[in-house]
Design a protein around this ligand. Structure first.
Ligand code: PEP
Length: 249
């Protein structure tokens, strides 16, 4: 069965709650699609108003992060049950900005991935290499390690429903997109890694996005690649262009 494409916006630390509601209204007629799953990844404070604003549409909401404990004395963190209760369906985990600025390790991310599944949230687990790693020729070794650790103790049935976002760090927010061949090569490698950890059926089912300066002009070529099942979109998700990315065909 063909995998359904999934296009998710990552708003990062942008949009106040009122700006968020305005953006949802602007995008509403532009992101309608029968064959693409559309997700808005929004800052924690925007979750409640955005869930309300997308009601009645097919758009789902993602959190941009989540803690791996159920509840308790973790000042400033957001618990999985809070996201579920607020109507969140997906959670972006292990974005390179979280790995880099907030020192999240693949082990931390694995705990979050497991916790997300426990609560019925779909993780969008990010991975990606730095420019230095690419130049050293260790891209695939690094990504395989991120995926293997990130998916430790995740069952095949859970993995089948997960989303992995391949985001080369050198392409995020830089305007420098990976070529469709570069992106496909790594996404295919990730699928092979999933087949090794689990089996072919799991590898065929899991959805793998490309992220890194996706825009209205390059989405069609990237999403046409056999192992790229959509995109995780930063900058362009805050503009009307997001509608063109969703309706890339
Ligand atoms: C991202 O934040 O995940 C991302 C890919 O950003 P951009 O599209 O702006 O490169």
């Amino acid at each position: 069965m063909a995998r359904r494409k999934i296009v998710a916006g990552n708003w990062k630390m942008n949009m106040t709650p009122s700006e968020a509601v305005e953006l949802v209204k602007t995008l509403a007629p532009l992101v309608e699609s029968d064959d693409v799953d559309v997700v808005y990844g929004v800052p924690a404070i925007d979750i409640v108003p955005v869930v309300e604003a997308v009601k009645g549409s097919k758009v789902a909401v993602a959190a941009e992060n989540m803690y791996f404990e159920d509840k308790g004395a973790y000042t400033g963190e957001i618990a999985p049950a809070m996201l579920v209760d607020a109507g969140v369906k997906y959670v972006i985990l292990g974005h390179s900005e979280r790995r880099d600025y907030f020192k999240e390790t693949s082990e931390d991310i694995n705990k979050k991935v497991l916790k997300a599944f426990e609560y019925g949230l779909t993780p969008i687990m990010c991975c990606g290499e730095s420019l230095e790693q690419r130049e050293q020729g260790i891209t695939m070794d690094w990504i395989r390690q991120q995926v293997k650790v990130g998916f430790q103790n995740v069952t095949a049935d859970q993995a089948k429903t997960a989303v992995i976002a391949y985001e080369p760090i050198w392409a995020i927010g830089t305007g420098k997109t990976a070529t469709s061949e570069q992106a496909e090569e790594v996404c295919k490698g990730i699928r092979e890694c999933i087949a090794e950890i689990y089996d072919e059926a799991t590898a065929e089912a899991i959805r793998i996005q490309y992220g890194g300066s996706v825009n209205a002009g390059n989405a069609a070529e990237l999403f046409a690649m056999p192992d790229i099942d959509g995109g995780l979109v930063g900058g362009a998700s805050l503009k009307a262009d997001f509608g063109k990315i969703v309706n890339y065909k």
